[in-house]
Design a protein. Structure first.
Length: 167
């Protein structure tokens, strides 16, 4: 490995806006676009180039005695610290690996009982949105539907359907 220089360009001139990062000695380019500026990005010539696109953002998962906040990432789904989940497991998951997953989270100190709920003591990465929702809700769950943004859109609408529509 040798030292590399990364150049970051701010098209709108705002640190919180769109950012273009390039390794100066390569043709590698990363363009970070806030969702609010997606329409502006699509007008740029860079939007017509071949690339890999990721939509990343926060979602909310609410249910019976559950109120969690998480983030979909390329590695999986992260449930953020202080998210709250139901302590009880529903009867349909008794004796399944889902119960074992929840028990391991408690044993490892990721979830701790507090005021009749499980509270995430630290952020935790799950391999899927569904497993993250199950850990919070104590039942089988389709995380693509259970996780919702503040505007009510599901993770499926925000990530999978939006990508298909843009593509």
């Amino acid at each position: 490995m040798r030292p590399q220089t990364i150049q970051i360009f701010l098209p709108p001139g705002d640190l919180r806006g769109m950012r273009v990062a390039e390794i100066t000695t390569r043709i590698v380019r990363v363009i970070e676009v806030p969702r609010s500026q997606l329409a502006d990005f699509l007008k740029m010539p860079e939007a017509q180039q071949v690339g890999v696109y990721f939509l990343i953002g926060e979602s909310i998962c609410k249910g019976s005695s559950a109120n969690g906040v998480g983030e979909y990432t390329t590695e999986g789904f992260v449930v953020l610290k202080d998210s709250k989940g139901r302590i009880e497991n529903v009867a349909s998951i008794q004796g399944t690996s889902n119960v074992q997953i929840r028990e391991a989270l408690v044993k490892d100190g990721v979830m701790a009982p507090q005021d009749g709920l499980y509270v995430f003591t630290r952020s935790h990465l799950f391999p899927s949105p569904s497993q993250a929702a199950m850990a919070l809700m104590g039942r089988s769950a389709n995380g693509w539907v259970e996780w919702k943004a503040a505007n009510g859109k599901t993770l499926d609408e925000l990530k999978r359907q939006t990508v298909a529509a843009v593509g």
